[in-house]
Design a protein around this ligand. Sequence first.
Ligand SMILES: NC(=O)c1ccc[n+]([C@@H]2O[C@H](COP(=O)([O-])OP(=O)(O)OC[C@H]3O[C@@H](n4cnc5c(N)ncnc54)[C@H](OP(=O)(O)O)[C@@H]3O)[C@@H](O)[C@H]2O)c1
Length: 253
Amino acid sequence: MARDVLITGATGTLGHRVVGEATEAGHHVRALSRKSHVGYTGVHWAQGDLLSGEGIDAALDGIDTVIHCATQGTRGKDVVSADNLISAARRAKTANIVYVSIVGIDRIPLPYYTAKLRVEEALTASGLGHTITRITQFHDLIETTFSIQRFSPALFTVKGVRFQPIDTRDVATHLVSLIDRGPAGRVDDIGGPAVFAHDELARMYLTSRGSRRRVLTLPLPGGIVAGLRSGANLVPANPVGTIGFAQYLARST
Ligand SMILES: NC(=O)c1ccc[n+]([C@@H]2O[C@H](COP(=O)([O-])OP(=O)(O)OC[C@H]3O[C@@H](n4cnc5c(N)ncnc54)[C@H](OP(=O)(O)O)[C@@H]3O)[C@@H](O)[C@H]2O)c1
């Protein structure tokens, strides 16, 4: 059934994929951005700022389902933005807010993850229809851990840490399937097709770039790395993604 869907973070790494996928699935898509997107883009844009609340009531007018992909870093802004979204959704009688969360946020003490946990709690306590889906790291993020080291003679990776990266195209497919399901609360966590050690991913990255640089694996201390080493960021039992890291790299070169 075609629904009226608002996608927040529609210009982002994930959000722009969700806009395409939801449109292709036949939904009536409205895409939220803080900026003005004038001219023909093939997308119905709404301008609004979740942090200030400006434009959000208009963006939600007539909307059945929100896919909330917007995010703004580590200083708790995402919690304020989510509170504003929840209040506006209550006024607009929105049926379902789908929240894109991250696997292991309750076991890995990153401030960004703590904020995401607060958003999950706010949604659960809101009494509104909602769906919370925790997802593993995107390929783009893993690639960034390597591309930011482009001036280093070797690639540094973290010993004992594994990832199960997923492609944003697979995440978009999953999110659009949740539209039809309606409010479902916390659904099963999902991850990419395979689990790799950080240094294995680094070698795949170097191979895809034709680089002969070395990979160095460092044991790092601290609670965040300990959380990652424990595998709290993995969902090996639910490998939903179909596009592997090597395939992603081959397409992005
Ligand atoms: N990266 C990962 O590995 C990963 C893994 C699992 C889950 N996630 C989650 O997936 C979601 C999407 O991540 P992403 O990497 O695609 O994010 P991203 O590329 O950084 O995009 C962020 C988006 O948020 C929008 N935005 C920021 N502040 C806003 C505000 N105040 N009001 C309205 N829109 C605002 C931006 O739109 P404008 O600039 O156009 O306004 C932008 O489109 C996040 O919730 C993230 O935690 C990420």
